[in-house]
Every structure is written in C-alpha cells, then in structure tokens.
Design a protein around this ligand. Structure first.
Ligand SMILES: O=C(O)C1=C[C@@H](OP(=O)(O)O)[C@@H](O)[C@H](O)C1
Ligand SMILES: C=C(OP(=O)(O)O)C(=O)O
Length: 445
C-alpha cells in the first residue's frame, strides 16, 4: 500500500464531555492470524468482525497471492478457502505488507515451511525494521534467505524449506511475532516444534491454532514465561472466527474519556485477554474509572464491555515485566500520564525503538512539543504530569498510526490545540478513528 505524497494534517482541540457507546474495529492481531490460519487450513473459514484496515488487507492479499481463496462476503465478514499446511503456491509477484510488521513476519514463518520462494517488501517504515530476529530461527528450520539490504531488512527473498526441521527455540526478546513465525513454520515440520519465551507475549497464535485443530500446549516457564509445544504436520480444518474489538484501538477512546472532564463512554466487545490488558491495569492503578461488564468468551478469546468515566489520574511506576501486555499502548499511556498529577515512570521499553517508528523518542517528542516535561533515560520513559497539558505543538507522526492517534487524543483536553502532521497511517489499524471520535464529541478539524 502506498500513501499519497501529500500529507493530511489535522488539529484536535479541547471539547465538551465525550459521551456515547461505540465498538472499535476488530483486533488486528487476531485478524491477521484468522486469515493466515484460514489459508493454511483445509476447507472453509468464516471470519466475522475482521479489521478492514490496510495492514490486514495486505495480509489478505498475500494469502490470495499464495493460492488461498479470500473473499469479502459482507461488512467485516470474510471467507477463506485454505490450501492446507505446506500447500502455498509460488506467488507471481512480491508480497507487499505496507506498514505491517505482524503481517510480514507471520507470513515469513508460514512461507518458510513451504517449498516456494517469495519476495517480502513493505513501505519505508517496514523496510527500516529488523527482520533478523525472524530469519534466524527460520534459517535453523531450513529456510534460505537472500537480502540485498543491510541487516536482513526488506526487501528480501525467503526460499522455504522442502523438508523443514522442527526446532526448540528460545526467543531473544518477548515477541509474539517471533514466536508465531516459528510456530507457523513448525506446522510443516515433522515432530514437535518448541518455543520458549522468558516473558509471555500475546498468545493469540496458540489459541487460534488450537481452535483450527492443532495439537499445541503451553505451560508456564520461570517467573513470567511460557514453553509452547506444537506437534507438526496437523491437518488444520477451516473454522469460524469471531474477532473481538481491539483493546489497542480501544485504548484511544478510553484515554480520551479519562482526560476530558465529564466524559462517560461505553466500548463494547473489547478483548480482555490478560496478555493484552496491561494498559487497563495501569490506568486503574492511576485512578481511572474503567468498569467491566457483560464478560463473554467467543472462539477462545475473552471480551467485555468497558464503561469509562473521566477520572483524576496520578503518576505511577510501570514495571518492565508488564511491557509485553501493553507494548503498543505506551504512547497513549504517556498522554494519560501527562494529564496525571505526579511522575509516571515506564520501564524497560527497548522494544518501542523497533516499531513503526522509534516510539520511545517519538513519544517523548510528542509530549515535549506540547509543553510536557519528559525524559528518556536508557530504555525508560519518565513523564512529569501536572494535571494539564499546554498543547499548541505540531506532532511528527513518522509513518506511525499510534503516534497520530495519541496526539489527537492529547488535543482533546489540552489548553491549546494539538496538530498532527499526517493522519494517513491511521488507516493501517483504525480506519474509522476520526469519525468515531467525532461521534463521541471530539473536535478534530
Ligand atoms: O503478534 C502480534 O500480533 C503483535 C505483536 C507485537 O509485536 P512484537 O512481536 O514485535 O512484540 C505488537 O507490537 C504488534 O502490534 C502485534
Ligand atoms: C507495532 C504495531 O504493529 P506491527 O508490528 O504489526 O507493524 C502496532 O500496531 O502498533
């Protein structure tokens, strides 16, 4: 996906109370996985609530290019006719994942277990992100990689293994993308593939593999880790997947409701998998009123309705072991911390440096240009909250959807409006963010 060269800036200014009930779009992690596992299954997979954002649409296109039949049957409703484990066909052209690390890295794993070769590419942001962390284990499993870019960056070619080897792999960092790539390649290997992680990352791949019929187990390992074992060469069967609302997208209206005085916002069907809810835990520790009701669990993932009311927040210390469960939410947490009274210290954020942008520096810049006192100390982010934010700054989004949305949320309650230089990348994960926030009362112009 290429964006127009002309940036689309937007200004966010303080509004009256935010009110109403919304359902944010389907979870991005689950949407990617539903398409990929649907493509690797035998038979038909029906997906409802799919996130129709650019990242996921690029994964859908790649599944089609690899031989699966992927069809949109209605609003957020999709049907996939799979080719079976190991059954991908040689794609005719390069696979373009646009801005999406998840799509690119998970499909690399799936391709590594098939006897085909595929070129992987993406936009300037994705081309700058490290791929060695994925390629290392895939090479151990028998895949071969050719890259002309430095450090195994995109564009690169993966030649999948004819006879993939099962491995036991300890991930060097807590990353669901690394874990998932190994497990997806392991589907085609005989015997058991094991992934050990010292900090548990989101477990959607494990839950969904089970849902599609794989023999997979996950046990605790050490204080915070997991050992995941997958029996290779299963026959995955097509399944029904109901995609819950994305907690990483819900994070934006949640924080907006907390900081805009008098707000009362309800969010339905938000996924509450504990490996994704670190932000809500942290906000509650800061004094946030977030009430959960209507808890249910369709298709292996828990979800609930959240009612969020404007709250006086106080600074807290966020421990490093919480990072995997809120890794994409630190940007908007930093916004909440700016409106809190007191200092918030977020520790162990090294992984933020290798996302769509260097999110540690970009978050600090976002706050700084809006008059908030902030320090990056090693891999820690320290925000000095003063109960209000001066605003008045223009935020550089660096091709990063979450910076754009966080900055617009900040403007909802700052003394002066906040401008973002480009909103185009919001479409990667939350295409209706702007109209949805306006429907709650946000003033974007
Ligand atoms: O597996 C996934 O769906 C994701 C894993 C995380 O990345 P890492 O695996 O690099 O931590 C997260 O940041 C990303 O938005 C989605
Ligand atoms: C890091 C993110 O996604 P990805 O790694 O898929 O680009 C994100 O959505 O914040």
């Amino acid at each position: 996906m290429t964006h127009s060269d002309k940036p689309t800036p937007l200004k966010s200014r303080a509004s009256g109370p935010l009110t109403g009930k919304v359902r944010v779009p389907g979870d991005k992690s689950i949407s990617h996985r539903a398409l990929i596992l649907g493509a690797l299954a035998v038979g038909e997979t029906r997906i409802s609530g799919l996130l129709e954002g650019e990242d996921v649409l690029n994964t859908a296109k790649s599944m089609q290019a690899l031989g699966a039949k992927v069809e949109r049957t209605g609003d957020f409703a999709w049907k996939v006719q799979g080719v079976g484990v190991g059954g991908f066909a040689q794609p005719k052209a390069a696979l373009d994942f646009g801005n999406s690390g998840t799509g690119c890295r998970l499909v690399m794993g799936a391709v590594a277990g098939c006897p085909i070769s595929a070129v992987f590419d993406g936009d300037a942001s994705l081309r700058s992100r490290p791929m060695r962390r994925i390629l290392d284990p895939l090479e151990k499993m028998g895949a071969r990689v050719a890259s002309t870019a430095e450090g195994g960056r995109l564009p690169l070619t993966v030649q999948g293994a004819r006879d993939p080897l099962p491995i036991t792999y300890k991930t060097p960092v807590a990353s669901a993308q690394i874990k998932s790539a190994v497990l997806l390649a392991g589907l085609s290997a005989p015997g058991t593939t094991t992934v050990i992680e010292s900090e548990a990352s989101r477990d959607h791949t494990e839950l969904m593999l089970k849902h599609f019929g794989a023999d997979i187990t996950s046990v605790f390992e050490g204080a915070h880790g997991r050992r995941i074992t997958l029996v290779g060469q299963p026959e995955l069967h097509g399944a029904t997947v109901i995609v819950p609302a994305d907690p990483s997208s819900a994070a934006f209206p949640v924080v907006a409701a907390l900081i805009v005085e008098g707000s009362d916002v309800v969010l339905s069907d938000v996924m509450t998998n504990p490996l994704r809810t670190g932000l809500f835990t942290t906000l509650r520790e800061m004094g946030a009123s977030i009430e959960e009701s209507k808890a249910r669990g369709d298709a292996g993932e828990p979800m609930a309705q959240l009612r969020v009311r404007a709250s006086k927040l106080r600074g807290v210390e966020v421990p490093p072991e919480r990072a995997p469960s809120m890794i994409d939410e630190y940007l908007v947490l930093a916004v909440a911390a700016s409106f809190a009274e007191g200092t918030t210290i977020m520790r162990g954020l090294q992984e933020l440096r290798v996302k769509e942008s260097d999110r540690l520096e970009a978050t600090a810049d976002m706050l700084r240009v809006n008059g908030v006192k902030v320090t990056v100390s090693g891999d820690d982010l320290i925000v000095e909250g003063r109960g209000h934010v001066p605003g008045g700054g223009t935020v550089a989004t660096h091709m990063d959807h979450r910076i754009a949305m966080s900055a617009l949320v900040m403007g909802c309650a700052s003394d002066q409006p906040v401008t973002v230089d480009d909103t185009a990348f919001i479409a990667t994960s939350f295409p209706d963010f702007i109209p949805m926030m306006r429907s709650l009362g946000a003033e974007f112009s």
